[in-house]
Design a protein around this ligand. Structure first.
Ligand code: PEP
Ligand code: MG
Length: 779
């Protein structure tokens, strides 16, 4: 079943209903009055003063006040009808302080019949507000950020209705135009800076796609510049909306047809699911209802988009948040069809610096996948996201386009202006804003060197990973999406040492059935040509959440119900996956690996499910794989103490050093404060891995290592010194590691490593690096 309509329903279903028909005339009347004030010749402050009076009268409130955001995250009273006039421009509340500050902090309306009893209530005596018992406040939003708060107050206890909140929110949209118009406050103030505004700045984030980009910043903030809010003719607006929606669908169809992205791969699926969202009737219905309430089609789109953005702050589910970005993307697109190109070309067209630049780096809070495709790909050299995650749809499309991406770049939109120089270092998860000439030059140099090195590595493509003294090392890649597959050949890797099957599950909107899984695995097999692939069964749970499974509320998800634990408790899931793998592997070598196995009996159970599925296929008279191997990830320390028994049963072992070391050191692998605390090149890790090598050699079981550790040439050299003859790494690491292997003499390394196990140092990195340099190893 496709879950998209249900999910969209969850996102767009309003926290407050759209105006009931009985409220419509009031809302329209108020909007019309506000529009008249806005159109007048008064100065901005006078217009604001008139607007608060109009609102107070219309909403039958004794007080209406407007607070505007000022530097330092402060909300300043800018205008009031009803409170003491002397408080205007004097009363200031920090965001988060008092009820007004609460609205600002949460970007959500509040409506309280008895305001003073709310725990956040703070009395500001200079305003004279002690006379008023009830309060309703709504945020004034612009580009998803709070730029002010508008409130009404009444002397008596009053239960403000949902419809009244809705009316005030609609007026808040008009106020957003006034506040950001540049007359009330300097526009620059709306770009809150931390005092460093013009200094060079480095922002750390997380790697979504490695690589380096140097260029100028394009701030991708959908610019909702809707000025005509109130409909003159509601029927006409319905018709305009309908036409724009049809046009948008047509344009999206064309985009899908023309896209120069490969026709295969999950990014296609991502774009298709995006297209499905655009056809969702729930979203359209909400906009249409907003038109019925008296807004123009543009204002209705903006209104629903605001609602969605506010909902976003309450939604933690990563999949739903991703859908929200898709909806935002669509809202912008729909506005373009309503009022001509706006957000997409507007910023690029209007700014000469950007227009003339050859290299653009897109900076966004987050974005939908199709928005990325709207930019000129020949100029796009990087992407920075305030949010963003490796499995976000935009990330998948960016990887397909081979653009470096840094995610989790916190607050970057507040630190940078359109057209400023910026460097994206995806490999090291950092962004430099306004770098000096020298820094820019260094990065440009580094980009050149990287490009040269890449070219040099590509010359190694057809050469074997073999040490100077002739020892063959199997060098494989880790993969998870079909877009990773070409790297297997481009990089000249030996095979896929880890195919993370959960990744294709994570980018889908529903659980793939056997046929859908078979299709994915068949493509993996055919794209791998004859090279071997190790498929790891579903490793979900912990940070890998499937949107269509209700998330478990666990205190410690990394050590929770995940991976093989789920697969054994819900055997049908594993059986179906094994069935799909067996069917895809007809006539081929099938290698299946089970993740997070903690005891031998778990492996036994998993293997018996594999046998059962093989039997099932043969009983149905179907051909099977040419050979079948079953192995384990060694990533839970308990397995280290069962090696002799385990190795009698498994066909191969692959060390998952990411998890193994997180549990070994009791140090969360995702916690940046701990990321450098323990070193992989340390006596406990090397001794542990040496033990594993010895056991596997004795038992004659194939051993590999597929954690991040193997991707660093120095660490990989140490692994080879310990005795590993196979490793699996991210595709970009294949070139450097192959170069290292081909410059390595194994004999002295083996002897050297023997001297390290008994040392007591925190890290052996320095020692090993000195050895590599002395020996001329390319690390
Ligand atoms: C590991 O734990 O080292 C590993 C390779 O698996 P993942 O990173 O997918 O948990
Ligand atoms: Mg793991």
């Amino acid at each position: 079943m496709c879950l998209i309509p249900i999910l969209i329903g969850m996102i767009v279903s309003p926290s407050t209903p759209v105006l009931s028909s009985s409220m419509m005339p009031v809302s329209r009347q108020l909007l019309a009055r506000v529009r008249d004030v806005m159109a007048g010749a008064d100065k901005a402050q006078q217009r604001l003063d008139k607007i608060v009076s109009v609102i107070a009268a219309d909403m039958v409130a004794e007080v209406c006040s407007v607070y505007v955001i000022r530097p330092g995250e402060v909300l300043e009273l800018f205008s009031t009808k009803g409170l003491n006039a002397s408080a205007v421009h004097n009363t200031r509340l920090r965001v988060g302080e008092g009820l007004i500050g609460l609205v600002g902090a949460q970007a959500r309306p509040i409506a309280l019949a008895d305001a003073a009893s709310h725990p956040d209530f703070v009395l500001r005596p200079e305003t004279g507000e002690e006379l008023y018992q009830s309060l309703m406040g709504v945020p004034v939003l612009r580009g998803g950020r709070v730029i002010g708060v508008i409130s009404v107050q009444n002397r008596i206890r009053r239960n403000y209705s949902d419809e009244e909140i809705e009316v005030l929110e609609t007026v808040a949209m008009v106020l957003a135009e006034l506040i950001s118009g540049g007359e009330l406050i300097d526009r620059a103030e709306l770009m809150p800076a931390d005092g460093n505004a013009l200094l060079p700045l480095r922002i750390a984030g997380s790697t979504i796609n490695p690589g380096l980009g140097v260029g100028v910043a394009v701030l991708h903030e959908p610019k909702f510049n809707v000025t005509r809010l109130v409909a003159e003719d509601v029927d006409f607006e319905h018709e305009r909306l309908q036409n724009a929606v049809s046009e948008m669908h047509g344009a999206l169809d064309d985009m899908m047809k023309q896209s120069d992205l490969a026709a295969d791969g999950e990014h296609r699926e991502v774009l298709e699911s995006y297209q499905m969202i655009s056809e969702d009737t729930g979203w359209f219905k909400r906009i249409d209802e907003a038109v019925s309430s008296g807004l123009t089609a543009e204002a209705a789109v903006q209104k629903i988009n605001n609602d969605i953005r506010v909902r976003m702050d309450q939604i933690t589910d990563p999949y739903l948040r991703e859908r929200i970005h898709d909806l935002e993307d669509l809202s912008t697109r729909l506005l373009d069809h309503l009022s001509g190109p706006n957000a997409l070309n507007g910023p690029l067209a209007g700014d000469d610096t950007i227009h003339n630049a050859n290299s653009l780096i897109l900076v966004a809070r987050n974005m939908g996948p199709a928005q990325l495709l709207d930019y000129d790909r020949s100029k796009l050299v990087g992407l920075v996201l305030e949010e963003g995650s490796p499995t976000a749809h935009v990330s998948i499309v960016a990887r397909a386009l081979d653009i470096p991406v840094v995610g989790q770049a916190r607050d970057i939109l507040n630190q940078i202006e359109m057209g400023e120089p910026i460097i994206v270092d995806g490999t090291n998860a950092q962004v430099f804003i306004r770098p000096g000439e020298e820094v820019c030059e260094r990065f440009k140099n580094s980009a050149r060197v990287r490009a040269e090195r890449k070219a040099a590595y590509s010359q190694l493509r057809d050469l074997k990973s073999i040490t100077k003294d002739g020892v063959r090392i199997s060098l494989n890649i880790n993969a998870g999406l079909l877009i990773d597959m070409p790297h297997l050949h481009d990089m000249g890797a030996d095979g896929i040492g880890l195919y993370r099957t959960e990744i294709p599950f994570m980018v889908r909107s529903d659980f793939p059935d056997v046929a859908a899984q078979r299709e994915i695995y068949t493509k993996v097999f055919s794209q791998s040509s004859a090279k071997p692939v190790i498929f790891r069964t579903l490793d979900v749970g912990s940070d890998k959440i499937l949107p269509y499974w209700s998330a478990q509320d666990e205190e410690n998800p990394a050590m929770g119900w995940r991976a093989i634990r789920i697969s054994l408790d819900r055997p049908m899931i594993l059986r179906q996956q094994l069935r799909a793998l067996i069917q895809a592997a007809v006539g081929r070598d099938l290698s299946v690996m089970f993740p997070m196995v903690a005891e031998v009996s778990e492996f036994d159970q998993a293997r018996s499910l594999l046998e059962r599925e093989l039997k099932r296929e043969s009983e149905r008279g179907r051909d099977g794989p040419k050979s079948v191997r079953a192995g384990v990830m060694l990533e839970v320390p308990s397995l280290l103490f069962q090696l002799p028994v385990l190795l009698e049963r498994v066909d191969f072992v692959s060390v998952g050093s990411n998890d193994l070391c997180q549990f070994l050191f009791a140090a969360d692998r995702g916690n940046p404060r701990l990321s450098k605390r323990y070193d992989m090149l340390s006596p406990p890790v090397l001794s542990m891995l040496r033990d594993v090598v010895v056991h596997c050699e004795k038992a004659g079981v194939d051993l590999s290592l597929c954690g991040e550790m193997a991707a660093d040439p120095l660490d990989a050299m140490a692994l080879i010194g310990i005795g590993f003859r196979s490793i699996s790494v991210q595709p970009s690491a294949v070139g450097p590691i192959k170069a290292m292997i081909r410059s390595l003499d194994l004999k002295p390394l083996g002897q050297y490593v023997e001297t390290l196990y008994g040392l007591s140092q925190h890290s052996l990195r320095g020692n090993i690096l000195s050895f590599a340099k002395d020996q001329g190893v390319k690390v």
